[in-house]
Design a protein around this ligand. Structure first.
Ligand code: O2Y
Ligand code: MN
Length: 595
């Protein structure tokens, strides 16, 4: 690739990596369809990819059973001072970590090709975008990066013209000896996996895993952990948020960015079809938002990604028809089950369960089998442009102006369906104390309450207390142009354990109330925890919901809230002196209001 020869920093870095990792050859990617097709054909030939006869240009991969998700325990934020990584991150000294990893990287690409992937996070050339270069020995990673980021030879030209890039080194950590037969999903044992971030030098080193966020380094590693640290230094925001555009019947557009922890239906909300007549919802992104203050003083957001890496289980024409239509063709599926006629299947996809499948481990499966056919974290990788409700402005380099921030989590009790923050500072308190009950798709025992501030606990590349302060500072800068902040809980249950709110398309009713709050069309009642809809203000027309269920959904049990306070105090105490005084004050005020 001629362009690359002109960039000194890139060439020097590639030379160093090649000297250390000792690949059999180096391949400079150009992001073309021909490149994708060639690499996919090779993986079909070796048996690591299965062609899906029923789905045009789509492929199924099965990972090693030990390599199925992000590995939070093996993810490190490596700053010179441990305090700068903070209590929510694993920390190792950069010198020690680099020594350990250099030992692992030594000769780790023997018998393999080293691929150089030039990519942009965000539309190429947008003032909000950033360039990365990922080096990997995994052709699966190359094909996924083609979908999830903008891979292009144009990036080499931009680098030649002096643009900066974020170096991202990845190896699956499985060198091949001469004549050795390759595994279908080569990777390293868990104790040798390292997903390492060096935010002081904008550097990512990942070793040992070929899966998702561990290996597609543009996503969680660059666009959240490294970008969050850059954003704080540079005065912008990198958030774990979907972005959507809601248009009311009069044509007024509202842009909403929402942060939910993993497994709370972010992709479903991002692609939602409103039930309320005349309202339209369009998707801009389903996972990450980068936001900068524009010349108008407002916060403008782009989706830095180019595709969706969505959870398959639970996705159906009932829960997310737009996602189902998005994945009709040109998809990479990972750890789904294979049907006898050459399609994929996962739990929750259809009411009728197939009589026979090949499960994600490659074994025969019938409905009598004891294990699930698809892994609970099985995924689809697909271009965002294939989504039938993708917004025409999703690639606008200037981004879209954000009107509303939503935080939320999965809570079977205590937290009402929706409430609004009194002001920005209170909104930051709501984000900082956000919590969710864990499910089988995320880490920890099922049903545990996990505080996940701003849904950023696994993704903040620096001290969380400093991150809270950055949010407060952004509010000061934005002033009256700041988005309004709301908190939602779609998952409240009755004492009998039934979900009280239908969710999905009916969540549009809650979003409508938020838009009407912005317009000053509806009031709200002040409660101990925030501003709740007045009776009759939530549009429930055409919805068959019992009044007692609505009451329970909106009920504030002061005793239950008081019982939460010690947990919030413990949570805040973790951040020590770095916890902003304004948040301590918010907690005191909540206590006072609860009596
Ligand atoms: O397990 C993984 O590697 C993927 S995790 C993921 C993927 C897409 C969007 N969000 C997430 C997440 O954990 O938040
Ligand atoms: Mn996510």
């Amino acid at each position: 690739m001629g362009g690359a020869a002109k960039n000194e920093k890139l060439n020097k870095w590639i030379e160093e990596i090649a000297d250390m990792c000792r690949p059999d050859g180096i391949y400079w990617c150009d992001g073309t369809k021909e490149e994708y097709d060639r690499m996919m054909a090779k993986m079909v030939e070796t048996g690591s990819a299965t062609v899906l006869e029923k789905r045009p240009n789509s492929f199924l991969f099965r990972t090693d059973p030990s390599d199925v998700a992000r590995v939070e325990d093996r993810t490190f934020i490596s700053t010179s001072s441990k305090d700068d990584a903070g209590p929510t991150n694993n920390w190792l000294d950069p010198v020690d970590l680099k020594n350990t990893m250099r030992g692992l990287y030594q000769g780790c690409m023997k018998g393999r090709t080293m691929y150089v992937i030039p990519f942009s996070m965000g539309p190429i050339g947008s003032p909000i975008s950033k360039i990365g270069v990922e080096v990997t020995d995994s052709p699966y990673v190359v094909c996924n990066m083609h979908m999830m980021t903008r891979v292009s030879a144009r990036i080499y030209e931009m680098l030649s013209a002096g643009e900066e890039f974020i170096p991202c080194l990845h190896s699956i950590g499985a060198p091949l000896a001469a004549g050795q037969k390759d595994a279908l999903w080569p990777c390293a044992p868990i104790e040798n996996k390292y997903i390492s971030h060096f935010p002081e030098e904008n550097l990512i080193w990942s070793y040992g895993s070929g899966y998702g966020g561990n290996a597609l380094l543009g996503k969680k590693c660059l666009a959240l952990r490294i970008a969050s640290a850059m954003a704080r230094r540079e005065g912008w925001m990198a958030e774990h948020m979907l972005i959507l555009r809601l248009t009311n019947p009069q044509g007024r557009q509202y842009h909403i960015a929402a942060a939910f922890p993993s497994a709370c239906g972010k992709t479903n909300l991002a692609m939602m079809r409103p039930t309320i007549p005349g309202w339209k919802c369009e998707c801009i992104g389903d996972d990450i938002a980068w936001m900068k203050i524009g010349p108008d003083g407002r916060l403008h957001a782009i989706n830095p990604e180019n595709g969706f890496f969505g959870v398959a289980p639970g996705t159906s024409y009932g829960t997310n028809p737009m996602a189902m239509d998005t994945v009709r063709e040109n998809v990479i599926f990972t750890n789904c089950a294979l049907t006898d006629d050459g399609d994929v299947w996962w739990e929750g996809m259809t009411d009728e369960v197939p009589g026979h499948l090949i499960d994600w481990k490659g074994r025969d499966w019938t409905p009598d089998s004891r294990e699930e056919a698809a892994h609970p974290n099985a995924r689809f990788t697909v271009l965002a442009s294939q989504c039938p409700v993708i917004c025409k402005d999703w690639e606008n380099p200037a981004g879209v102006p954000i009107d509303i921030f939503i935080f939320g989590g999965r809570r079977s009790s205590v937290v009402p369906l929706v409430y609004e923050a009194f002001n920005w500072e209170h909104g930051v308190f709501l984000g900082a104390t956000a919590a969710s009950e864990t499910t089988s798709a995320n880490i920890g025992a099922v049903g545990n309450l996990r505080r996940d501030p701003f849904a950023m606990k696994p993704f903040c590349g620096y001290q969380m207390g400093d991150y809270f302060r950055h949010w407060l500072d952004m509010g000061d800068t934005l002033g009256d142009k700041a988005p309004r902040i709301f908190y939602v809980n779609w998952f409240r249950k009755s004492p009998e354990g039934m979900f009280l709110w239908p969710g999905f398309s009916d969540n549009s009713r809650v979003l409508k109330w938020m838009c009407e709050r912005i317009e000053g069309k509806v009031g709200a009642r002040k409660t101990e925890i925030g501003l709740l809809p007045n009776d009759g203000d939530l549009d429930l027309s055409g919805l068959d919901i019992a009044p007692e269920n609505m009451n329970e959904l909106m009920r504030i049990d002061s005793g239950a809230w008081r019982a939460e306070l010690p947990d919030i105090e413990r949570h805040f105490a973790e951040f020590g002196a770095r916890l902003p005084a304004k948040l301590k004050k918010q907690l005191q005020e909540l206590k006072k209001r609860l009596g």
